[in-house]
Design a protein around this ligand. Structure first.
Ligand SMILES: [Zn+2]
Length: 374
């Protein structure tokens, strides 16, 4: 299922004629059930026509910022295809703003009204967010590339790092790859919770089934189950993570490599399993208990610091240039542009936060990989 923020990105791609087939199928099915995104598509088409006409008028006079084309080409070459398509879309949008800005210079003169300034500020906020989003995606991709290069040789540590990379990648890519189906059962618990028979199963492909009196629910992973059926899980005391679950007083877990595999399959985070493994690894090298605890604490503290929230990438978007563009808009277009910019900033916000979180996690996992390298 495509979320609204993902659908907004797909709409941009559709309008720009750069959408991929699988993405379009997902978008169409989202649009069928989401009137808000349907309206967004209509407005986006209208605005695109207006900007397109302006762009054509000025194509000959306008040129990208010095070095922009080269920087863009470099960034594209460094990114996987999907990401490149998105980065290209954002860069193209920025170039259109530049082009229209130059066109507007000749057409309008004089002081801008306070409404024009307010609208230009909103558009600048949108452009800033979009640029930051692109930069964040590149930064996460760069952290993952570094992580791959520093991947530990020891097999369980490598599995932990692979599980972490896979979980970050799945959240980075709008369409997660389908998990391969593996027969068999990983974890099964049948237990009585406050007089009710509760049965929990996590299969080898990561999917889970929870059966309570009168109701059976399924989910793609333990984390999805506990998020989607939070009340049900609370009521029947179901908690835990992939491959390690507790129902009432009963607990069941598969071995650590199995858990890493489930975390990788379901794209969930293996932080606790990762530290469990780290403790084991240290035990084999640091026989003295107090010294081992000190080193564990030190590693976890370094991890926490690396993963802590960092500032957003600094980008500067020229207000004057946007203002020139805004001054060529009619009153109605002005209101529409402001509304659109506000909506866009709002819809981008969760993704910006998510990417910040992913960047922090990738940095943290690099500290983990460093700690357990032989
Ligand atoms: Zn929607």
């Amino acid at each position: 299922m495509m979320t609204c923020p993902e659908s907004r990105l797909a709409i941009d791609a559709l309008v720009d004629g750069e959408i991929e087939r699988e993405e379009e199928v997902l978008l169409r099915s989202h649009l069928a059930g989401c009137p808000a995104c349907g309206r967004e598509l209509e407005e986006r088409r209208l605005l695109s026509e207006t900007l397109g006409r302006a762009f054509e008028r000025t194509r000959d006079e306008a040129s990208p910022l010095p070095g922009e084309r080269e920087r863009l080409a470099e960034r594209m070459a460094a990114l996987p295809r999907r990401r490149a398509a998105l980065a290209g879309r954002l860069a193209a949008a920025a170039m259109i703003v530049v082009a229209v800005g130059i066109a507007a210079t000749a057409a309008t003169a004089g002081r801008p009204s306070s409404e024009q300034v307010a609208v230009a500020r909103k558009i600048r906020e949108q452009a800033t967010r979009e640029a930051q989003l692109g930069r964040l995606e590149e930064e996460v991709a760069a952290e993952l590339a570094a992580l791959r290069a520093e991947r530990p040789r020891e097999s369980s540590a490598a599995m932990a790092v692979d599980a972490a990379i896979s979980s970050i990648e799945r959240r980075l890519a709008p369409v997660p790859p389908p998990a391969p189906a593996v027969p068999g059962t990983s974890v099964a618990i049948s237990v009585d919770v406050n007089g009710a028979a509760v049965e929990f199963v996590q299969r080898a492909d990561g999917t889970v089934r929870l059966a309570v009196p009168g109701r059976t629910v399924e989910a793609a992973s333990v984390s999805e189950l506990t998020a989607r059926y939070a009340d049900l899980c609370r009521r029947f005391s179901v908690e835990g993570s992939e491959g390690k679950v507790k129902v009432g007083d009963s607990a069941a877990a598969i071995d650590l490599p199995g858990r890493f595999r489930l975390h990788a399959l379901t794209g969930t985070w293996a932080e606790d399993a990762q530290w469990e493994w780290c403790r084991d690894w240290m035990k084999r090298r640091v026989p003295e208990a107090a010294e081992m605890e000190r080193r564990m604490k030190e590693a976890q503290e370094r991890y926490r610091r690396a993963a802590a929230d960092f500032a957003l990438p600094a980008v500067s978007v020229d207000l004057e240039r946007i203002l020139k563009d805004v001054k060529s808009l009619t009153g109605q277009e002005l209101r529409k542009a402001a509304e659109r910019a506000e909506d866009r900033v709002r819809s981008l916000e969760p993704r910006v936060q998510e990417l910040r979180d992913l960047r922090g996690r990738a940095r943290g996992v690099r500290v983990f990989a460093e700690t357990v390298r032989d």
